[in-house]
Structures are given as C-alpha cells and as structure tokens.
Design a protein around this ligand. Structure first.
Ligand code: FMN
Length: 366
C-alpha cells in the first residue's frame, strides 16, 4: 500500500494564494544561534532552514521587531538592513528548495532584563514582575519589575511591528505570523493579571485586546490579510502569568474579531495539562473550542504526532498541524511521515544555545 497518498497530513492545502504540498507546518522555535552583535542570521540559519524546506510551511523562530523587543540572547531581529540581508539569504535558500517560510514577529515585553537595555527597565503593559527568567549574556537571570509603557510607547511599538513587517517583505518571506503565544508582550496585554492599565489599553477585554488588533491592522496594511496570521496559547502558564477568570471571555472577544479579518491563519496551542478546576477548563481541547469560533485556516499545535495529526485533519478539527520539537532532530520530518520512518531524538542541551552542533548536524533519514 502506498501510505503517502492516504495520509491527511500529506494532502495539499491552499493557504490563501499559496499552494502547500502538505499540511505539515514547522512551528516557531527559538534556537539562539545569532551569536553576533547585530543579532543577524548567518550561514548557519541558511542551512538550518534549507534543511527543513520540505515542510508544507515553515514558521521562523520568533524574530525581534526592534531593539526594545529583545529578551533572550542570540535571537535574531528584523530591524536593521543587515538583518534583512541575512533573512533574505534564508528565504532564498528555502525557496530554492521549493519551500515556503513565514516570519514570526516577537516582542518579549516583561520577560526580559535590564542587561539588554544598558540598565533600563524592560517595557510592559503594567509594572508587574512576570516572575520568570530571562536568558542573558551571563546566563539565566530573574526578571525584574518592568516599566509600564506610555501610550506614545505603545504607538511606537505598533510602528515597530509595521516596520518589521515591511522588512519581512523586503527579506522575501511568504507572510508573517504575530507571536501572541507564551507570555511575551501581547499575552501580557491580554491578561488581566499582567495588565492593570486604566486607559484605552486596559480594563475591558476590548481594551486589553486593542494593541493586538491595532498591530494586526498595521501588518495587514503591509501584507494584506491573507498573508498575516497569529499564534495564541490561552491556557499557558509561565512564572507569575497564567489564565484568569477573564481569559475565556477575553479570547472569545479576540477570536471573534480575528474571524472578521480574513487572516492567513489562526494557530492554536493546545492545553499542556489537565485544566480541571481551573478558570479555563472549557479550553481543555483548545483547538476544538476555537475551531467552532473561527472560520478561516486553523493550525493545531502542541504534542501532535503522526497519528493524532492525521486524525485531527481527517475529523475536520484543523486544516494544518504544526510540529515543533520533532523538527529539531528530523530536518526531513515530512519525508519520514511519508515513508513511515522512525523519528530521531534531539539533544535538549542545544535547543536554545550552541553553534552548528545540535542545529544543522541532524542527518536526514538514509
Ligand atoms: C526550542 C524551542 C523553542 C521555541 N521557540 C518558540 C518561538 O520562538 N515562538 C513560538 O511561538 N513558540 C516557540 N516554541 C513553541 C513551539 O512553537 C510549539 O508551540 C511547541 O514546541 C509545541 O509543539 P510540539 O509539541 O510539536 O513541540 C518553542 C519550542 C521549543 C521546543
């Protein structure tokens, strides 16, 4: 039997105007390999992404939109000409292999450290310490209490996203994904525990979601809605930030607005554990919850394998499935699914740091 033609994961999909040869998405992964002062992608990045071009679609690692967005060492940016040129080499290599790649636009908000800003405080919606750790030049350091953004700084940040979107276009990406997952700047705005502002950007769900929708408008002005997606993870808990009694209603509001925008996609991160007894227990199957509330392309994420990925597509539960960890050790992940080959493990010590080792030296299956 030729299993390759029967697997839903391997069926083609039309994402807006882009033809994807399969429904396997490589999820964004910070790998900490831009070990240079300019936070510029290098030949290592070119090779890493080139090796993974058989994915239906690659989501780049989270890329800083500005100097002020930094919160983790050696993560590349998209705010200088040098970075645009570096990313152009990456997208050219992926396209030469027949692949497609979106840029994931990121801002770390409070999950950063003064070491990145010559001693100045990180910027966030409110002056509340996220009680996490930031990976700095001197190793992991505890986060501090950030400074609340002024409205002028919020406007500047939206402009920074717009500039990064223009830079992504110049760098040859196929689209952009707004990083609104984990506990970076945008989830901090959405969450009533980390956003206690009393102006137009805090208080109601509408106000807490305002910055996300204003950024999306800015990205759409550059790219058109069909090339702009967003990734959300409403149930994630990290450090001092986690779901509250307002999380479900906040995301109900946000997703209803997203549904009106005719975006490229909504990527949803499933719950990582048992939500019984938490304020977000209705989100236990997060992907299913939002599937019924969003008409556009839905990408399911977290913990999927070949069987569950095929099942969620076959049942209509999602259009595409993204895989993170599996792509670290298996550059030819899509081919391994196609040919039923075993998956190789990866070395966690080099997930977030190192050089070529544990990055571009995982072989394809023989
Ligand atoms: C090393 C590593 C780095 C990650 N960096 C990012 C990132 O930059 N942006 C993001 O949205 N998610 C990031 N994630 C989360 C993944 O995109 C994905 O949501 C998560 O790994 C769950 O998918 P999986 O179970 O298939 O690995 C990262 C995950 C890993 C393992």
């Amino acid at each position: 039997m030729n299993i390759s033609t029967t697997q839903p994961l391997l069926s083609p999909y039309r994402l807006g105007t882009i033809e994807l040869p399969n429904r396997i998405v490589m999820a964004s992964m910070t790998r900490g390999r831009a070990r240079n002062r300019g936070l510029t992608p290098t030949d290592l990045h070119v090779e890493y992404y080139r090796q993974r071009a058989s994915a239906g679609l690659i989501m780049s690692e989270g890329i800083w939109i500005s100097r002020r967005a930094v919160g983790f060492i050696n993560v590349p940016g998209l705010f200088s000409d040098e970075q645009v040129a570096g990313w152009r080499a990456v997208t050219d290599a992926v396209h030469a292999e027949g692949g497609r790649i979106y840029a994931q636009l990121a801002h770390s908000g409070a999950v950063s450290h003064p070491d990145f800003f010559n001693g100045e405080l990180p910027l966030a919606p409110s002056a509340i310490n996220p009680q996490q750790r930031s990976f700095t030049q001197d190793g992991f350091k505890d986060t501090v209490t950030p400074r609340a953004m002024t409205v002028a700084e919020i406007r500047q940040t939206i402009d920074d996203y717009a500039q990064a979107a223009r830079n992504a276009l110049a760098a040859g990406f196929d689209g952009v994904e707004l990083h609104a997952a984990t506990t970076y700047l945008l989830p901090e705005f959405l969450n009533s525990a980390s956003n206690v502002r009393t102006d137009a950007y805090g208080g109601s769900a509408e106000n807490r979601a305002r910055i996300v929708l204003e950024i999306l408008d800015a990205l759409i002005a550059v790219w058109g809605a069909g090339r702009v997606g967003i990734k959300i993870a409403p149930t994630v808990r990290m450090g001092g930030f986690g779901p509250t009694a307002e999380t479900v209603s906040t995301f109900d509001y946000l997703v209803a607005r997203l549904d009106e925008l005719a975006l490229s996609h909504l990527q949803v991160v499933n719950a990582a554990g048992d939500l019984t007894g938490t304020p977000v227990d209705v989100l236990q199957n997060t992907v299913a919850y939002y599937r019924s509330r969003f008409d556009g392309t839905l990408i399911a994420n977290l913990g999927f394998d070949e069987a569950s990925g095929n099942a969620v597509i076959a049942s209509g539960g999602a259009d595409l499935v993204s895989f993170g960890q599996a792509f670290i050790g298996n550059p030819d992940f899509a081919r391994r699914i196609k040919d039923g080959l075993p998956l190789a493990p990866s070395n966690r010590d080099t997930w977030y740091q190192g050089d070529a080792g544990g990055y571009i030296d995982y072989p394809g299956a023989a």
